[in-house]
Design a protein around this ligand. Structure first.
Ligand SMILES: Nc1nc2c(ncn2[C@@H]2O[C@H](COP(=O)(O)OP(=O)(O)O)[C@@H](O)[C@H]2O)c(=O)[nH]1
Ligand SMILES: [Mg+2]
Length: 328
């Protein structure tokens, strides 16, 4: 199927699911022959204006904090409010550990069955250095397919929180009902990324959840005021029972309305970030292609090192040659 046909398929109401799945697979692919069609598809998605304004929410938190369970409850609330929801679950660990994707499917059982909801686990999106351009493209494709609410879920490993934060309008951090940043599973510097904080499992550990929320509020008070004027609130909720999940949705709606101008500006910046990622990836791809074509395998690189003695000098010589050869 040509990219244009594929794009047509995914934008056709009621018949878009298969097309969308194939389209996301295409943009996630690292096969050389898929690069050009993927680029064409992304170009079509970029030019397409979604039928309704869209909202992109990033959700993160340590494994077991209840992200999938929360999305199951929150997603149903969104559907009740008239949204069409796409969930992109990105798990950079899953190619190593076998992943939590299977567990996720059973935890999002009701959501999976709703016709207004599309769920896409991307176990391999992490292979090329985490949540990258492919995930950004997947968001656009979901929007083109008519989903107006996109949740990007990631387990907090490596750089994934930063990356998800840099491709969404709002970032929600789920915390454990325990005291201390470490016990809540919050890495250094991640708290500052959050626009919304929710301490989960308030049903089974109400006291611990209250204490954790109070502690998180204290750490937020210590942080400087945000330039966008938004005040981060800490909620306690239960993903399992659904208690106060509706309030989180209300607060999110308030954020969406109040921060509208900031969100638009942030999306503009995100396009520049995407361009940077694209440039980096393309440059690395071309360099790898050059090294291969020039026969510079590890044995040859060792020979070069012997010739030029130091690593920076060797790199300079190789790069000069690369530049000349990629500049016909
Ligand atoms: N008691 C209680 N258990 C929860 C809650 N949310 C999630 N869990 C449980 O915590 C475990 C991990 O949940 P899961 O959604 O898979 O976490 P994830 O790894 O962050 O996606 C499961 O056994 C859930 O049933 C909650 O609000 N209350
Ligand atoms: Mg999960």
């Amino acid at each position: 199927m040509s990219p244009a046909d594929l794009f047509h398929a995914l934008t056709t109401p009621h018949h878009h699911r298969r097309g969308l799945g194939r389209a996301i697979t295409l943009v996630e692919s690292s096969r050389p022959e898929d690069l050009a069609p993927a680029a064409e598809l992304i170009a079509l998605a970029e030019r397409h204006t979604p039928p309704r304004p869209t909202f992109r929410l990033g959700i993160s938190g340590t494994p077991g904090v209840g992200k999938s369970t929360f999305i199951e409850a929150y997603g149903q609330e969104l559907v009740r409010r008239g949204h069409r929801l796409a969930v992109l679950a990105i798990d950079p660990t899953s190619s190593l550990s076998g992943g939590s994707i299977l567990g996720d499917k059973t935890r999002m059982e009701l959501l999976t069955r709703l016709p207004e909801v599309y769920i896409r686990p991307s176990p391999n999106a992490g292979q090329l250095g985490g949540v990258g351009p492919a995930s950004r493209a997947a968001v656009l494709l979901c929007e083109a397919a008519g989903y107006d609410y996109i949740i990007v879920e990631t387990v907090g490993v490596g750089q994934s929180e930063w990356q998800v934060h840099s491709m969404t309008d709002a970032f929600l951090l789920l915390a454990q009902p325990a005291s201390g940043d470490e016990l809540q599973g919050i890495k250094r510097g991640i708290l500052e990324l959050a626009d919304h904080l929710v301490v989960n499992k308030a049903d089974s550990l109400p006291k611990e959840a209250r204490l954790a929320a109070a502690e998180l509020r204290r750490s937020l008070h210590l942080a400087p005021a945000r330039p966008d004027g938004w005040t981060v609130e800490v909620a306690t909720a239960s993903a399992l029972t659904g208690t106060r999940v509706g309030e989180v949705a209300d607060r999110m709606q308030h954020y969406r309305e109040r921060q509208h101008a900031h969100i638009l500006a942030w999306r503009g910046e995100q396009r520049v970030l995407w361009l940077h990622e694209q440039l980096r990836r393309e440059l690395l791809r071309r360099l790898a292609g050059y090294l291969e074509a020039a026969g510079l395998n590890n044995d040859q690189l060792r020979v070069r090192l012997d010739q030029h003695i130091t690593i920076p000098a060797t790199a300079d010589v190789i790069l000069a040659d690369f530049k000349q050869n990629s500049n016909p």
